[in-house]
Design a binder for this molecule. Structure first.
Ligand code: HEM
Ligand SMILES: [Ca+2]
Length: 806
């Protein structure tokens, strides 16, 4: 939005002037809702007890380095309590790196801290047994009184279900823990209705009712004892990253997603946002998608498909939600007769939230599709044993720890290891190393023996062939490192070689993420503001055991799904010499990786990715994803844009407007606050600016300077990567005081040479790929990024001699 953008950059620029005394002055444009309670999820500091408005107008920005202990200067998005404050209560503003400003905030990133004294105490502070019994009855009814129709193999919905699959053991665990969480949610719904608890108290965790002594307490976690707190290698499941026993589960597999703002659940517990602020129904997800998310080909002028593909690989490292499943592990079906209609409500599974397709739909109408299967996400039990809203479960470790390579449990890692020379198991194919084949039928489309599907640490690997290519690249890099370490240190055991290679690979992945990928995506200002820039020398500071590294719903449900817009509908596979050999439509290579076996395909795919432009991050998406997703052999597929919109509502994301406010911007009061073209498009679909779905609003913004996404997504993404850095004790840049597996300064120096280009050089087959652009996420013909030979000084080598121990 150019208008919006102008307003926003203006406020940032303003902050560079020295006379910006109070938050109130800066934010005088922000509405204040007098009716809102002052209950908050964070505790910002007021600079003087009388309130900031008493500060002399000429005072300078406060530099938080001079603040008292445990007060930090954070971007507004990391101090969400300000949203509920009146102007004169707003926290003191302070200097952030990059010439921008933030808020002095006491609790840093703890977004759920309550203000003492504001808790609401219902008639009892424990859950009455009558509610527990009602819960049991309701749950039984939900589980057994409905048609348990599974989705059939061969349907696009089946492949969609694979997206949430990990492995049989984890699926079982997931099923039981999600059921416990659903029971807790039902109890919360019954209890809050009985006690007439306002939604606002529920969504701000302001109700102190525990169910410790009831059967619902099955999953209430006591503090976990972490055996040796200083093991040099991170655990596979991410447990015990945080040394404090009551936070030892933070960031580990199976832990709940957290949130930047309270959920928009209509009942305060788990009912999705389905209504406009004027109480009418929100426009359906498919309507929004078909009206606003068109397929227009706008290639990005600078970045290539490798950036897109690295983004998805990274997304799968840090987040995997799971949909609610049938008891036997099968996928829930909410529609009937191949999507001709939705099952009647009394027959539907409780987790059904089908996407209704209008009869005159521009595409699906012709196929008589009126219903698209959509199943709500499973939940994680409330570990504090308190009545509260449902939190979505993520199955993978939240940290950036190459869990997509090694898995998110020790058992998965074991299954992937060769137990020889520290290596991961690979399959040999025409003398090349590819991933091992998979035997679990639930992870692949077809039983056809001619079709291969591959196994890695992540269940989504076969989703698209370019993703498999990156998985091969990282698995090969692990084995390459293990091989070099074995030569340098012949006395190393298989276990030491494996763990050391893993530690180095994770460090390379983290370095490439923060050094190459993230700056391209969110631009230099956000990198500085959120303190994400890697250092050139020495160890980094900034670890805090207060920072929860958890994925936020806003990140997984909206901001990082910007990636769906940068996908191109086709791969133009070119052999050397620029002759187009094959154009592949992406639905043809979803869960259909047989091309991987062609001898030069791996090289060709890598080259295509760094040569072919990605698409711009905008409100356009290829029909390959919005009409033909996972079509298999069917004439039509699914609509990923509609899924993203429906998923945001399932996850309780608030409207786009609320996130503008969170970042300290003015809310949109009417569609006229937007440039005419965008405003009128949105007004055709939404009734009110408070209804706009976050994913849609975020994609409509202009990119930030030097970045790919608009400022709302840039901030949500920056906040997430700040959690991954400041909340991960094993982050590669930390020294021994923090990180028990810290690198020596010489080793760190080598890790900092890691680039995506070097990874390609070291792990390509070099059959048809000879030269690589030094900035591998930038298009190869974007000057001065001309491809060079792998022995060029422009692509430095990570010298593993720094790991020689004798
Ligand atoms: C290349 C083609 C891609 C396909 C076919 C694909 C497909 C999907 C599907 C089916 C889902 C689940 C949708 C739902 O039911 O909610 C999903 C989720 C997601 N996708 Fe993609 N995606 C692609 C690329 C990307 C890229 C490039 C990114 C980021 C740069 C990305 C980021 C995400 C994220 C963050 C989620 C949510 C994950 C979770 O928490 O469960 N995707 N994608
Ligand atoms: Ca991970």
């Amino acid at each position: 939005f150019s208008v919006l953008k102008a307003k926003r950059t203006q406020s940032v620029e303003d902050s560079t002037t020295t006379i910006r005394p109070t938050a109130a002055a800066v934010f005088n444009g922000i509405e204040n809702n007098e009716e809102q309670t002052t209950s908050a999820w964070d505790t910002p500091i007021q600079w003087t007890t009388e309130g900031t408005s008493n500060k002399p107008q000429s005072s300078l920005l406060i530099n938080c380095e001079t603040c008292p202990d445990n007060i930090t200067c954070v971007p507004q998005i990391q101090c969400p309590a300000h949203v509920r404050m009146k102007d004169h209560e707003k926290p003191q503003i302070c200097d952030l790196p990059g010439g921008s400003y933030g808020y002095c905030c006491v609790t840093g990133q703890n977004h759920t801290a309550r203000r003492p004294g504001t808790e609401r105490t219902p008639s009892s502070d424990f859950l009455p047994m009558s509610v527990v019994e009602q819960t049991r009855q309701k749950f039984e009814k939900l589980m057994h009184n409905v048609a348990m129709l599974p989705v059939r193999r061969g349907q696009p919905e089946f492949l969609h279900g694979i997206t949430f699959h990990s492995n049989a053991v984890d699926e079982k665990k997931s099923f039981h823990s999600s059921n416990s969480a659903i029971k807790q949610v039902i109890a919360g719904q019954l209890f809050s209705k009985k006690e007439d608890i306002p939604v606002d108290d529920l969504i701000t965790n302001n109700v102190q009712v525990d169910f410790k002594k009831t059967p619902l307490a099955h999953h209430c976690a006591g503090p976990l004892k972490c055996g040796v707190p200083n093991t040099p290698y991170r655990s596979f499941d991410g447990i015990c990253n945080n040394k404090l026993s009551h936070r030892s589960l933070w960031g580990s597999a199976g832990q709940p997603m957290e949130r930047l703002l309270p959920p928009a659940y209509e009942d305060g517990i788990w009912t999705p946002r389905l209504h406009s602020v004027d109480s009418s129904e929100l426009p359906g997800a498919r309507q929004v998608s078909s009206r606003l998310i068109k397929d227009i080909d706008l290639p990005h002028p600078k970045y290539n498909l490798l950036l897109m593909q690295f983004g998805q690989f990274l997304a799968h490292d840090v987040t995997q939600s799971a949909s609610v499943r049938l008891e036997n592990g099968e996928i829930v079906e909410c529609c009937a007769e191949n999507g001709a209609f939705a099952l009647p409500e009394h027959k539907r599974h409780f987790a059904c939230m089908p996407i209704m397709v209008p009869h005159d739909d521009e595409f699906f109408g012709a196929f008589n599709v009126r219903c698209m299967n959509f199943v709500r996400l499973s939940l994680a039990p409330n570990t504090e044993c308190k009545v509260g809203y449902g939190k979505q479960r993520s199955k993978v470790t939240h940290f950036i720890d190459a869990s997509a390579v090694y898995g998110s449990s020790e058992a998965t890692a074991r299954d992937l290891r060769e137990f020889n020379g520290g290596r991961l198991t690979m399959s040999r194919d025409f003398g090349r190393d590819l991933l091992p084949m998979i035997s679990d039928k639930k992870a692949c489309e077809s039983d056809d023996p001619g079709k291969t599907c591959y196994k890695s640490g992540d269940g989504r690997t076969n989703q698209i062939i370019s993703l498999i290519t990156l998985h091969v690249l990282f698995a090969r890099e692990h084995n390459r490192i293990a091989g070099v370490l074995a030569q340098l240190n012949p006395h190393f055991s298989d276990e030491t070689l494996f763990q050391e290679a893993r530690r180095i690979l994770i460090a390379e992945l983290q370095h490439i993420t923060y050094n190459e990928f993230l700056p391209a995506l969110i631009g230099p200002l956000q990198m500085k503001r959120f303190r994400l820039v890697p250092q050139h020398h020495g160890y980094a500071q900034g670890y805090s055991e207060e920072v929860n590294p958890a994925i936020t719903n806003e990140f997984s449900g909206a901001a990082f799904r910007m990636g769906h817009s940068i996908v191109d509908g086709k791969f133009h596979i070119k052999e050397e010499g620029n002759r187009v050999d094959e154009t592949i439509n992406i639905p043809d290579v979803m869960f259909n990786p047989s091309r991987m076996r062609m001898r030069s395909f791996y090289d060709n795919m890598l080259r295509t990715m760094y040569t072919q432009p990605m698409q711009r991050a905008d409100s356009f998406m290829t029909h390959g994803l919005s009409r033909f997703l996972f079509r298999g052999h069917n004439p039509f597929g699914l609509d990923l844009a509609a899924f993203n919109i429906q998923r945001g509502r399932d996850q309780g994301l608030r409207s786009y407007n609320d996130y503008l406010e969170l970042m300290g911007h003015r809310k949109l009061k009417s569609f006229e606050d937007l440039p005419q073209e965008i405003g009128s498009k949105l007004a055709e679909v939404y009734k009110h600016t408070d209804d706009i779905d976050l994913w849609v609003g975020g994609l409509l913004e202009n990119p930030v300077d030097g970045g790919v996404v608009g400022s709302t997504f840039a901030e949500i993404i920056a906040d997430q990567f700040s959690r991954f850095k400041h909340g991960d004790r094993y982050f590669y840049e930390y020294n021994r005081d923090v990180n028990p597996g810290a690198f020596t300064i010489d080793q760190l120096h080598e890790i900092r040479k890691a680039t995506m280009a070097r990874l390609i050089c070291d792990n390509a087959d070099h059959l048809t790929l000879t030269k690589v652009p030094p900035s591998a996420f930038v298009q190869a013909d974007f000057p001065p990024n001309h491809p060079v030979g792998c022995d060029s000084a422009q692509i430095p080598v990570v010298d593993l001699k720094a790991w020689r121990t004798r």
